[in-house]
Design a protein. Structure first.
Length: 441
């Protein structure tokens, strides 16, 4: 299901602001509506993670939550994408905009247990490789999403058809997961006191206060890195269509500006496919480095972030109206994202697996959700920055400016990654990463 969830995120992310503009929102408000993802993800992820960690269903801890998420995604996605068909002309945006917030909540419910399910089933030695494998699957999902966007010249004009297909694909993938994965139901001590309705929230507080220092450091780096990643993931499509190619999706079909926008989106999808291929290659390379060399994770993560710094600066100051140059920098913009999904989540999974084997209480899904919260903070900062810039200048001029913000954040994130304390206690410098046992404080 990670493939299908990533298809959903990769499709809805770069098309959300354009779809809001298509329905009639101003540039600044269309961008501002993207705060839905960061805000809902910040609160939904940890609560869903805590609920999943403590669920005592006979079907397991993760699968009931995944099923609930799938059903809600299908309902919310359908309502969001069909608003212009059942609402009066010019009024659809007043339904679609809040429904986008609901859709973001449901996607977070669907995706939160996936990583935890993998962590539950994997051994300690498999934790980081399996988290990197998640990135491999994500790269496949990204490639599929950009391929889907090629079906129509202007995806926002065919939102329902595309959303319906993506929801059906998610249903198929979850069905396969349920046939393959076997969970052990969580058995609660019958003598243990019953949990209150506030238990998930209290679990979040406990996880925050009881987490190792490494988690806090990772969280700060993730926040900075995702300011940059968000500029590319959410606004690269508009950058291509409106800034690099100088088009406008709101213009009539066949007009010069509409054709220019469609050419920009075509270039964007080519860049996205190249980005997905590089993500796959780089994820496999990271697996090889971590398993077969003495190089520490921080020395793999930091260079990935610095690549993002370079391409963000190129996008802001040097690309101009060169479509080919824009495609090249977009392809390499994936490196910080690859590192941020592979290494931090792998470190958290390893820490928790070791604690579990020592008989200590663990909250894998919750801690991963907390780490993801810092991703949402970075997304929020990027979106608010661009919305503020758009309030003072036109869209085509504002979009390159967000890459300046991205470059500064990734510079700070790369430096922070270099100082991650990723060495386990008693680590022998002569041992390779594959021979070490864990990452404990």
């Amino acid at each position: 299901p990670q493939v299908s969830v990533q298809v959903l995120w990769c499709f809805i992310g770069p098309n959300s602001a354009s779809y809001m503009r298509h329905l009639g929102l101003t540039d600044s408000l269309a961008t501002l509506n993207n705060i839905a993802g960061p805000i809902t993800g910040f609160f939904t992820g940890p609560i869903v993670g805590a609920t999943s960690d403590n669920l005592t269903s006979r079907f397991g801890r993760r699968r009931p939550v995944i099923l609930a998420g799938l059903i809600s995604v299908c309902i919310a996605g359908t309502l969001f994408s069909t608003s212009e068909y059942f609402m009066p002309k010019g009024k659809a945006v007043y339904f679609a905009a809040p429904m986008y917030w609901v859709l973001d909540v449901t996607i977070n419910v669907l995706q939160t247990p996936h990583r935890a399910l993998v962590a539950d089933l994997a051994t300690e030695e498999q934790q980081i490789p399996m988290q990197v494998a998640f990135v491999v699957l994500m790269s496949i999902g990204n490639f599929m999403a950009f391929s889907i966007m090629k079906i129509y010249k202007s995806p926002v004009d065919h939102m329902f058809e595309l959303m319906f297909g993506i929801c059906a694909f998610n249903a198929i993938c979850v069905g396969i997961q349920f046939l393959v994965a076997r969970e052990k139901p969580l058995k609660r001590d019958p003598d243990a006191p019953k949990q209150s309705a506030c238990a998930p929230v209290l679990s979040v507080v406990d996880a925050v206060t009881g987490s190792p220092r490494l988690l806090y450091h990772l969280a700060a780096v993730q926040c900075l890195v995702w300011i940059g990643n968000t500029a590319w993931n959410l606004y690269a499509g508009q950058w291509f269509g409106n800034a690099v190619y100088g088009g406008d999706e709101k213009e009539p079909e066949g007009s010069e500006l509409k054709i220019a926008y469609e050419e920009g989106i075509s270039a964007f999808t080519w860049g996205g496919q190249g980005k997905a291929v590089l993500q796959l290659i780089s994820a496999l390379l990271i697996i090889g480095i971590l398993l077969n060399t003495k190089i520490r994770p921080r020395l793999v993560y930091a260079p990935c972030i610095f690549v993002g710094l370079v391409v963000s600066i190129l996008a802001a100051f040097f690309v101009g109206h060169s479509g080919t140059f824009a495609i090249v920098v977009m392809i390499f913009s994936v490196m910080p994202e690859t590192g941020s999904f592979a290494i931090p989540f792998g470190l958290v999974a390893t820490l928790n697996k070791r604690a579990e084997e020592e008989g200590k209480p663990v909250s894998t899904a919750l801690q991963m959700a907390l780490l993801n919260c810092c991703v949402t903070i970075g997304q929020q900062i990027c979106t608010m920055s661009l919305a503020g810039i758009e309030a003072h200048m036109d869209l085509a001029t504002a979009l390159p400016c967000v890459f300046i913000v991205a470059g500064v954040a990734q510079a700070l994130g790369g430096v922070g990654a270099l100082f991650l304390d990723d060495r386990p206690d008693g680590y022998d410098e002569s041992e390779s990463f594959s021979e070490s046992e864990d990452y404990s404080e």
